[in-house]
Design a protein around this ligand. Structure first.
Ligand code: MSP
Length: 515
């Protein structure tokens, strides 16, 4: 059993409906997973839902539903989104599943038995509205607490704490000597800055049942449930453990006739707001449990809509399902990855979306494939002419560049590289003017060359585009009447189309829309 390439996304809170931000992250992870698989690497892609904690309990209460029923109903919508987005995830974790709860309790028991979790009395200020502890630092200059916290009361509460502090120096050294652990670099610097300028406090990992009962009971004290982040982060290991991963055997008695070797994860894809949880708490939790650390935390930025934070209350939320219904899943996948590099924040505008659809998909890729195949059909009855290598060197360069960009998780740049080939091939049509060549019988050999080069570029584009636009890639392959799938990156090499092969019927990939 060899270890698979293991990639995860954040698991979304089940306290509302999915929006652009959630969908973007999953697509980023999916493109990476598909690329790895197409390169022959056995891959496992995990996504799912974070179902415990105050937010979810309150959302259920607001609907007057029993919490588990609320979760079960809403989870159906979220799981259906993975299908609509064409995600190739291998599993879908819900933190209310038994396999997950068992694992979290096993980890807690071990840490508690080893003295890495201890009980302490907390005395201080507490905001019931925000369900959070406050300190003197939270006071305004006039001594009061900000209005967002509502009524702030003095509280005495016993809770369980996880020893974070003792690992602080180790973590600084680990991040310093492991440059790729957090990417992009500026996020890594942010973590290092935080760790060097603040002393870590031990992490409160429990909530008394009297205050919150929607969580995993502490195995050593049923008066408490587990803090939602301790619970949620463990999903990355609970799934491999339940699949019989040998690295996680200490925490699992799962028997699997076909065990998977997944841990450590290769990439955790997350948004910038949850960096501290993934680059500080999570590595320390793993170290405390005696487990190896993941390879990389890949941090993306946040989407806004029309320059403003997306918010249900103002109604400016991009609903991925609506966009997909109107424009198709590949248009959505293309726009989000092409528009926003992994790292900075992005801004969705409907005008920007339509403009990329029309320029890059309909007029760029769609037009190239449609006219290339239509001309082959018209001038050669759809029969591929003898091989010609006129564009071979240029194509091979794009293939190599795209591969190395994808290996470095530079998805936006990889799309730009692919589009350079599309632009080149569209120019080639204009320069060689096959419609003129077709009128002159003396130029038949030249027309053969041009038609071969165009058809072969279309085939290669199918392979290169597959991780990004799987439907479109398959569509190109079926218009070429190729029976294999474009999902093998090694087939992106010049000369795959054989002379004499008969293509199928061309049809527009991205219908033009009059908007
Ligand atoms: N449940 C936690 C994550 C636990 S992971 C062990 C959580 N959930 S969330 O639903 O609030 O966010 C899930 C992911 O979506 C996060 O990575 C977050 O950054 C991302 N996004 C939420 N809104 C976003 C945007 N507007 N734009 C881009 N990504 C955003 O945090």
């Amino acid at each position: 059993m060899s270890k698979r390439f293991y990639i995860t996304t954040a698991i979304d809170y089940l306290n509302g409906e999915p929006h652009l931000g959630h969908a973007y992250e999953k697509i980023v992870a999916d493109v990476i997973a598909r690329f790895r698989r197409s390169s022959g690497v056995e891959t496992f892609f995990l996504t799912g839902l974070d179902e415990h904690g105050q937010k979810v309990q309150q959302a259920a209460a607001a609907k007057g539903q029993e919490t588990q029923t609320y979760c079960d109903e809403l989870a159906v919508l979220w799981q259906s989104l993975t299908v609509k987005l064409e995600l190739s995830n291998d599993d879908f974790i819900r933190t209310t599943q038994d396999r997950h709860k068992r694992f979290v309790q096993a980890v807690l028991s071990k840490l508690h038995a080893e003295g890495q979790i201890y009980k302490k009395l907390y005395e201080g200020f507490y905001s019931t509205k925000e369900e959070t502890f406050l300190t003197e630092k939270d006071r305004l200059p006039d001594g009061s607490f900000p209005a967002m916290y509502g009524e702030v009361t003095k509280l005495q509460e016993e809770n369980y704490y996880f020893r974070l502090n003792v690992h602080q120096q180790w973590l600084v050294e680990y991040i310093e000597k492991t440059p790729g652990f957090v990417e992009p670099d500026y996020r890594r610097n942010e973590v290092l800055g935080f760790l060097k300028n603040n002393e870590l406090e031990d992490l409160c990992i429990s909530r008394p049942v009297s205050r919150l009962n929607w969580g995993i009971p502490l195995p050593f004290d049923t008066g408490f449930v587990t803090y939602v982040w301790f619970d949620a982060l463990s999903n990355y290991t609970s799934v491999p453990a339940s699949a019989g991963d040998p690295v996680l055997q200490t925490f699992s008695n799962a028997t699997n006739s076909n065990p998977l070797s997944l841990w450590p994860a290769d990439i955790h894809v997350i948004g910038k707001d949850i960096l501290k949880f993934h680059a500080v708490y999570w590595p320390i939790m793993l170290r405390a449990a005696g487990l190896p650390l993941p390879g990389k935390v890949l941090v993306h930025g946040w989407w806004q809509k029309d320059g403003e934070k997306m918010s249900k209350s103002t109604g400016n939320v991009v609903d991925p399902i609506k966009v997909i219904e109107e424009w198709g899943v590949d248009a959505f996948r293309f726009y989000v990855v092409r528009e926003l590099d992994i790292g900075p924040d992005g801004n969705w505008t409907d005008a920007g979306f339509k403009s990329r659809y029309s320029a890059e998909l309909a007029n760029g890729l769609g037009n190239l494939v449609n006219r290339s195949l239509s001309m082959l059909k018209r001038y050669r009855n759809g029969v591929v002419p003898p091989r010609s290598d006129e564009l071979s060197a240029e194509a091979e360069k794009v293939i190599a560049d795209t591969r190395s960009l994808l290996e470095a998780n530079r998805l936006q740049a990889a799309l730009q590289s692919i589009w350079s080939l599309i632009t080149r091939a569209n120019q080639y049509v204009d320069q060689t003017a096959p419609f003129k060549l077709a009128k002159d019988p003396g130029k038949a050999a030249r027309l053969d060359e041009v038609l071969y080069n165009l058809a072969e570029i279309c085939r290669i584009l199918g392979v290169l585009l597959w991780p990004f636009l799987p439907k479109t890639a398959c569509n190109i392959y079926s218009q070429l009447a190729l029976t294999d799938s474009p999902d093998q990156n090694k087939t992106a090499t010049w000369g795959g189309l054989s002379a004499g092969h008969m293509i199928g019927n061309p049809a527009p990939l991205f219908p033009r829309k009059d908007t």
